[in-house]
Design a protein around this ligand. Structure first.
Ligand code: NI
Length: 254
């Protein structure tokens, strides 16, 4: 059994063949999918998708969307988080890639804190987006009275930063880029991190693994990431999928 713990199937890129893509994932051994719905305009679509037996959902406001978020969005988010199939709050966090101005950082931090509180209020794990912001994310998490459970989505950073997150109790989400030849640091992180601290994700339609690079990514391709993790750790594919699936079941209560 395999779980794609991070998909964006509500994306328009799946509008023409969404059901075929979902069917293909189940045929490839992906038994469950966590749909990550972090753009306000896709929330209803994701909620609809989660009516599917094996599709679960996380709701949140992405750090790159905080500027256009309204008070109504926030109220709606609080309701969505209480939906039966909602297994996490996310993806939330900090992203300094496009805009590292002080003003943006302040706003992103405010939304991050508010949504961390929401997760705590409803006892849900968090899916954290941290892009070029690992230091700030670590210090924010450390400052919390109660550190939530969660995953650092598409971890990118040094093995040292990986260890800091793991020490805080977080899992690391591993995506398609681990299959790229030049991702030496990420491969090293996977080697040094215990399998019990890793999750596999696609982040589809983005971040296709090497075999499908340049194409639209989809949940069935999560198999490629698992193959790479097994190769790096010199273990059987079955072992890699069994343990990462157990990790996902435990974190998201699937
Ligand atoms: Ni994502």
């Amino acid at each position: 059994m395999i779980i794609d713990t991070h998909a964006h199937l509500s994306d328009e890129k799946f509008d023409k063949d969404r059901n075929v893509v979902i069917e293909r994932a189940f045929n490839a051994g992906v038994e469950k999918i966590v749909e990550i719905s972090c753009e306000q305009q896709y929330w209803d679509k994701a909620l609809e998708l989660s009516k599917h037996d094996n599709i679960f959902v996380a709701f949140g406001i992405h750090p790159n969307d905080v500027e256009k978020a309204s008070a109504e969005d926030y109220k709606k988010l609080e309701l969505l988080i209480q939906e039966k199939k909602c297994v996490a709050v996310g993806e939330i966090g900090l992203d300094y890639h496009y805009d590292s101005s002080e003003q943006t950082a302040v706003l992103q931090k405010e939304f991050f804190a508010t949504q961390l509180n929401l997760a705590a209020k409803f006892n849900k794990p968090v899916v954290i987006h941290s892009r070029e912001a690992n230091e700030d994310v670590v210090s924010i998490l450390k400052s919390l009275k109660i550190i939530p459970k969660g995953v650092i989505h598409c971890f990118s950073g040094t093995p040292q930063q990986a260890k800091e997150f793991v020490d805080l109790g977080f899992l690391l989400g591993i995506d398609g880029p681990v299959t790229y030849k030049k991702s030496e640091t990420l491969k090293q992180t996977v080697l040094e991190t215990e399998l019990s601290n890793l999750l596999v994700e696609t982040d589809c339609p983005y971040l296709s693994p090497q075999k499908y690079r340049g194409e639209r990514n989809e949940p069935s391709y999560v198999v490629e990431t698992l193959k790479e993790i097994a190769a790096i750790k010199n273990i059987l594919f079955e072992e890699a999928s069994k343990i990462t699936t157990q990790n996902a079941v435990k974190l998201f209560n699937l």
